[in-house]
Design a protein around this ligand. Sequence first.
Ligand SMILES: Nc1nc2c(ncn2[C@@H]2O[C@H](COP(=O)(O)OP(=O)(O)OP(=O)(O)O)[C@@H](O)[C@H]2O)c(=O)[nH]1
Ligand SMILES: [Mg+2]
Length: 254
Amino acid sequence: MPVSAGSPAFDGTRTVLSIVLATLNERENLPAVLAEIRQQPLPPFEAIVVDDGSTDGTREWLRTEAVTDPRIRPIFHEGKQTTLRAQGQGIRASVGRWVVVMDADRQHPASVLPSMLAELRAGASLVVASRYVPGGTPGSRTFGRAILSRGAEWTAKLVLRDARGVSDPVSGFFAFRRDVFEPLDPEDRGYKLLLFLLVMAHGRPIREVPFRFEPRAEGASKVTSSSAFLRVFLAEVAQAKRLERRRARRSSAP
Ligand SMILES: Nc1nc2c(ncn2[C@@H]2O[C@H](COP(=O)(O)OP(=O)(O)OP(=O)(O)O)[C@@H](O)[C@H]2O)c(=O)[nH]1
Ligand SMILES: [Mg+2]
């Protein structure tokens, strides 16, 4: 069972925005990410950090931080459950009207949050921070990582109709109205929650904003092998496809 270590002092009644971060050994990055979030002009927010058994001090740091700043709400889960489930768990615990999902490794700049929020305020149901619209960049990456990332993007677009309307369907940085979100199948696992959100937001207004994907500042990538990534990714595209079919059947039912 996950343990929520959020401070009893947390009062979510004014919380408008929920920022969900999944962490696995991000002690060197998480403090800077949260500091950058605090510097942004944002409405009352909570930051839900779902940690899957970090052993580098992330948990200890979070426990202390949550006492001094009750907006930081850690959820401690034992063992790696993939970002898809960890983020789903964070979203279920969130109370804001709007939710942002971002990485905790400083690759997703918090300075983009105000423009994502502006799109939500203007009526968007889902906002994708994209590396591929003007003003965005995928940053410097090895040839192998570029192929893996673009291959994942093309596969997603080939299989999922709902992924075709955006330039970066495998981005890990996005925001949405909480009422768009439906609980995931407890069996689903993977890395790309956005694929599921694109299906859930079908027919609703979706916008993109540019962002500059930064190289990982500190700590190690959790993508340890391309073949392991591909296996999980292909299975999750199939899961998102099943959701797409179920929703199409539901909307065509009399
Ligand atoms: N809770 C949880 N967090 C995870 C898990 N795997 C990765 N993360 C976190 O998810 C975010 C993205 O993970 P990364 O390893 O940076 O993956 P990536 O950004 O696709 O890969 P790089 O470009 O190599 O950094 C980071 O904040 C990680 O700490 C997991 O199984 N559980
Ligand atoms: Mg990363």
